[in-house]
Design a binder for this molecule. Structure first.
Ligand code: HEC
Length: 192
């Protein structure tokens, strides 16, 4: 069964339950696996879209696509899974969508510390029950591709397009390997 199918089934199950009775509790390990799966799906959908857009029309085109596709992918995944799916950062580009709350802010600081202590970025994630709600965050490191639009040496046309779309952009100046932000998820299911 592929991932989309799996999440589709999950969405149907959750929808079917929500009418009749409360969503059944799951253990934290199961919720964590679901969170990891969703985060992987977000990246696995956005990254090829971004790469294609850059290949087809250069980084400026990538910006246009990212501005539309990233929030759309988050919304589709949210609708399919029932989880709340978003991206957050300590230095936001899209402050309206990606400003972290207090819990996310503190987790993002620990992610920076873990990255500086040489933990492999792909493994940096954190799950917790916050006010009765299961939450999960997966770090997003800045790889070489990311630096085109988030790095220290951004081409003039890219920089101009970023300023036009995001006058309050704070998301530049990153070095390869640093944590750019995180995918942040909230489960609709109460942990057991
Ligand atoms: C072609 C330019 C471009 C590239 C390359 C790029 N980004 Fe972005 N990034 C953007 C734009 C534009 C946004 C704002 C999207 C929006 O409006 O939601 C953004 C937003 C984000 C956000 C959401 C938080 C925020 O600050 O708004 C994260 C996290 C992020 N990018 C990580 C990455 C990572 C990791 C990579 C490399 C895999 C990457 N980006 C590559 C242009 C780019």
């Amino acid at each position: 069964m592929n991932n989309t199918h799996y999440l589709g089934c999950l969405a149907i199950l959750l929808a079917a339950c929500s009418d009749a009775e409360p969503v059944p509790a799951l253990d934290e390990e199961a919720l964590r696996a679901q969170g990891a799966e969703l985060a992987a799906q977000f990246v696995g959908t956005l990254l090829p879209t971004l790469q294609q857009a850059i290949q087809a029309g250069g980084p400026v085109n990538g910006i246009e696509v990212c501005a539309v596709q990233a929030p759309a992918i988050a919304q589709t995944l949210s609708e399919q899974s029932g989880w709340q799916v978003k991206r957050v950062s300590l230095k936001t580009r899209n402050g309206a969508l990606a400003t972290p709350d207090a819990w996310e802010t503190s987790v993002l600081h620990t992610f920076d510390q873990r990255q500086m202590a040489d933990e492999p970025a792909a493994q940096i994630n954190h799950a917790d029950v916050v006010a009765g709600e299961f939450r999960y965050m997966q770090a997003q490191p800045a790889g070489p591709l990311c630096l085109t639009c988030h790095g220290t040496d951004i081409a003039a046309d890219v920089s101009e397009a970023l300023t036009r779309h995001y006058p309050d952009d704070m998301a530049t100046g990153y070095l390869a390997g640093q944590i750019r932000g995180a995918i942040s998820l909230r489960s609709p299911t109460e942990p057991r």
